[in-house]
Design a protein around this ligand. Sequence first.
Ligand code: SF4
Length: 335
Amino acid sequence: MSKIAIIGAGPAGIEVASILAKHHEIDLFEQEAAPLCNIRNKALLFPDFTSADELADQLMLKLEHPHIATHYGVKIQDLRRDGSGWQLTDSAGNAYPADYVVLATGYEVFDAHKKEELGYGIYPGIITSLDLEKMIKTGKVTNTIGDPPKTVSFLQCVGSRDEKSGNHYCSKVCCVTAVKQAIEVRKLLPNTAIYVFYMDLRMWGQGFEEMYRTAQEQYGINFVRGRISEAASTYDQRVQLKAEDTLMGLPLNMSTDLLVLMVGMCASVGTKALAQAAGIAGDYGFAQSVSEHLRDNLTEQEGLFVAGACKRPMSVNDTIQDARAAAITILEKIS
Ligand code: SF4
């Protein structure tokens, strides 16, 4: 029986742990005080509107195994080879030896403050998709003075596909998340006008295109191909938008009660630091696997594996599938 350290108790880390625990001793590390924070922040998951809390509860049951030791609130900040195995060190200087390591440190969302022209943190009424998700979870979406908004506008690709922020990649999940959130807002607020400003809509998954059609036909969501170049505050606490409708070739000035910035997925601080320390840092700070095709859970470092969104933007479904693939890869390698 080997000792396997898994860093990150999100869906990837938990799924890998639950499978490997049948054969090996697992140490599961999580820097937050509790696991599954990113899932617990969500209300419903696309495309079938599954409850995020129900999924989290099911994942938590998988951790009930005598071979899994959980270490919450422990931030692993260094990771290096030690003889034939690995040594992990936390922020308090404690060392943890392991035969094998799985990096499952997930992602963080783009910091919208970096896009000053969009006014996040400067003007009221400008929020991120994460902020909206929390409101949806409480069942109450309000404008800055606590009333139901008359207009809600979404802006895609904030911090992704963006030369200025240095992130050229597509975050993959924010198009479908905007459609999901627009439908959820419509269900809560039947009389609110809803606009989604997009560059192009990437509805790549099973059921996504159908969701987009439903959003238009059944829920009356307005999709506008165009970019918002600037957002500012109005005297009555609304948000003034300067945009361009690129299908019509027309400039657009409008006001909205809420502007929702669809923030993309970035490599987390933990992913960047540990991938760098272990010598597997890839583009944009994500962890690099050997090959996306047949060896996507292996790294160039012997005994170090990767799972989930620490490699690239990924949906929750894909993360769990990738974690299962990682567990199979590890069992094949070390059994
Ligand atoms: S998924 Fe959509 S919103 Fe997100 S970066 Fe890609 S194109 Fe932009």
